[in-house]
Design a protein around this ligand. Structure first.
Ligand code: COA
Length: 386
């Protein structure tokens, strides 16, 4: 404890419900400016990176602090390619797991990977384990879909990059350049977002000096919630429930009357539109030009109607839903897709936390009874007794 803080001072601090506004640490990985609605990774704004740097470059940037030179990127790509395939024993285990909720499956597989790694506890290996997880998570997600649909398993191809490999492994065919560009941009845009709930869970885990797999298992479990990563799946469900543009206004009215939430709207930090949304919309539009534009038209009208009714702006999950849907990705895989991207941010934060660690242990203000006298079991009244 620092000498200038009295032992009981923090307990007297006002409670910040949901830790809103609390600055928990310094970080130099990304900057989320809620007032200006800007996001940057290591000093590069999204407007600067998207469409210029691919996901591999961005994962290098996040983990290493600067963009790679050509030779460094080539070596990074070789490393990722070498880590993408899954070991035969892990594949056998994956085949035997129940094909239930895709995020529960992913969370379990990451945990099993930790169990299977004899050096999981060696914290000097955090960096190499991180690269392995960044490479393997998309392989796991694509294979999960093939396994549950009883389709032949496809391994990653060394000639394809990160986004192209995922689409190839999922669909079993060479993806179009537009599809690769859209997924690559999606991965870049969702790679990192400062102290969001899942990243904070990862940092809290590793703050205890536990292993990387435990930290990422916690992060996947946290991302799974509908107020965080699962909002993209729920946003797609919402678009499907609306079904056509002319039903948007009635849907908005009903949702307001039922006091329900519009999925893909609102944000704890951004005071206006999420800076990633316009890019996701642009890539979704490029894909829609080749298919049906219905989901985008419903989205645009809904975006306006919710703004008019409640002054709520869209967040990253809103146009992610249309983009991923146009890529032929099943809606229940949208949250695992988020994990495929965010694994880079999680790992960068684990490395940053481990490099300058202090146990994360906040306080709570106790509001229950005090000073109760112990009553022996045979003299306690049953709550159901009249
Ligand atoms: N739809 C309808 N109302 C919403 C809303 C939404 N998407 N998001 C916030 N609100 C309303 C709440 O009902 C609440 O209104 P009230 O004060 O009248 O009760 C107010 O805005 C504040 O909500 P609160 O949940 O306290 O804000 P938060 O900062 O904790 O919420 C989110 C942030 C992201 C959890 C919230 O906006 C949300 O639930 N969004 C939908 C899920 C989603 O898209 N998540 C992905 C986030 S990237």
């Amino acid at each position: 404890m620092s000498a200038d803080i009295a032992p009981n001072a923090p307990a007297a601090s006002p409670v910040q419900k949901g830790l809103e506004g609390v600055v928990a640490s310094d970080t130099n990985i990304s900057d989320v400016d809620g007032a200006k609605c800007e996001l940057s990774y290591r000093g590069y704004s999204m407007d600067e990176l998207v469409g210029k740097a691919g996901y591999e470059e961005v994962s290098y940037l996040l983990l290493n602090g600067s963009l790679p030179a050509a030779a460094e990127l080539a070596a990074w790509n070789r490393e990722l390619a070498g880590h993408r395939p899954l070991e035969a024993e892990l594949l056998q285990t994956m085949e035997r797991l129940p094909f239930g909720d895709p995020m529960a499956y992913l969370r379990t597989v990451v945990s099993i990977m930790g169990l299977r790694d004899p050096q999981a506890e060696d914290l000097t290996r955090l960096r190499s384990q991180s690269i392995s997880l960044i490479a393997k998570i998309p392989t796991i997600v694509a294979l999960f879909d093939r396994l549950r649909n009883r389709r032949a398993m496809l391994g990653p191809r060394p000639d394809l990059g990160h986004a192209a490999n995922f689409l190839y492994m999922l669909h079993g065919e060479d993806p179009s350049p537009e599809a690769v560009a859209a997924l690559d941009a999606y991965f870049v845009l969702l790679a990192e977002h400062s102290f969001n709930a899942s990243t904070f869970a990862a940092r809290t885990s590793v703050g205890t000096q536990t292993d990387l797999y435990s930290a990422i298992t916690a992060a996947v479990g946290t991302l799974k919630g509908p107020l965080h990563g699962a909002a993209n799946t729920k946003a797609m469900d919402m678009l499907k429930e609306i079904g056509s543009e002319d039903r948007v206004d009635a849907f908005v009215k009903q949702t307001l009357a039922d006091h329900k939430r519009f999925m893909g709207f609102g944000h704890r930090v951004y005071k206006g539109e999420d800076p990633r949304a316009k890019h996701l919309k642009r890539y979704a539009e490029a894909l829609a030009a080749k298919g049906e534009a219905k989901w985008l038209r419903i989205s645009e009208r809904l975006q306006q109607a919710v703004w008019d009714a409640k002054k709520l702006a869209i967040n990253v999950d809103f146009y992610s839903a249309s983009l991923l849907n146009y890529l032929g990705i099943p809606a229940d895989l949208f949250t695992p897709m988020f994990a495929c991207a965010r694994i880079s941010g999680w790992c960068a934060h684990v490395l940053e936390q481990a490099a300058d660690n202090r146990l994360i242990r906040p306080l709570a203000r106790y509001t229950g009874p005090k000073g109760l006298q112990f009553v022996p079991l045979n003299r306690r009244a049953s709550p159901t007794a009249g």
